[in-house]
Ligand binder design. Structure first.
Ligand code: 4NP
Length: 149
């Protein structure tokens, strides 16, 4: 089984979408997919209603997910750790214990062949259109990820 962790800051907007989207593209007996936030502000909360809604519009249910905080043990539990932006990257990598941990951490938009696309924008203070843009970015990136892991 291949284990994949999606990471953002709050684990209520971007990484729950990334988890739901990648899960829809990979068969569950072979892949375990989860998400976490580097922050602890929303631990135990469901995804932001705007993430639930944009997922539902694309026929995905992410409403059952609950936010949790990234922990050092996640380096042992997961084979791949995909972060949404450079800030998440720094926050995860600074907790790494050795090079093996660091090697698991990748920015998800690095899978898209577009040097302009570096960070999945944080849509928390944005409108519904921002959430749709995040969905489209993650759908494209997860398609490439699903073929390369
Ligand atoms: P996320 O978005 O990292 O995509 O879940 C955020 C959600 C909440 C906050 C920041 C980002 N916050 O500061 O509460």
């Amino acid at each position: 089984m291949t284990r994949v962790l999606m990471v953002c800051l709050g684990n209520i907007c971007r990484s729950p979408l990334a988890e739901g989207i990648l899960r829809s593209k990979l068969p569950s007996p072979d892949y375990f997919i989860d998400s976490a936030g580097t922050g602890n502000y929303h631990v135990g909360s469901p995804p932001d209603p705007r993430s639930i809604e944009v997922a539902r519009k694309h026929n995905l249910d992410i409403s059952y997910q609950r936010a949790r905080q990234f922990s050092i043990q996640d380096f042992d539990k997961f084979d791949h750790i995909f972060v949404m932006d450079r800030s998440n990257f720094q926050n995860v990598v600074k907790q790494a214990r050795h090079d093996n941990d660091i090697a698991k951490v990748k920015k998800i938009l690095d899978f898209l062949d577009d040097e302009q696309l570096i960070d999945v924008p944080d849509p928390y203070h944005d409108n519904d259109e921002g959430f749709e843009q995040v969905f489209q970015l993650l759908d494209s990136a997860c398609l490439v990820v699903s073929k390369s892991i």
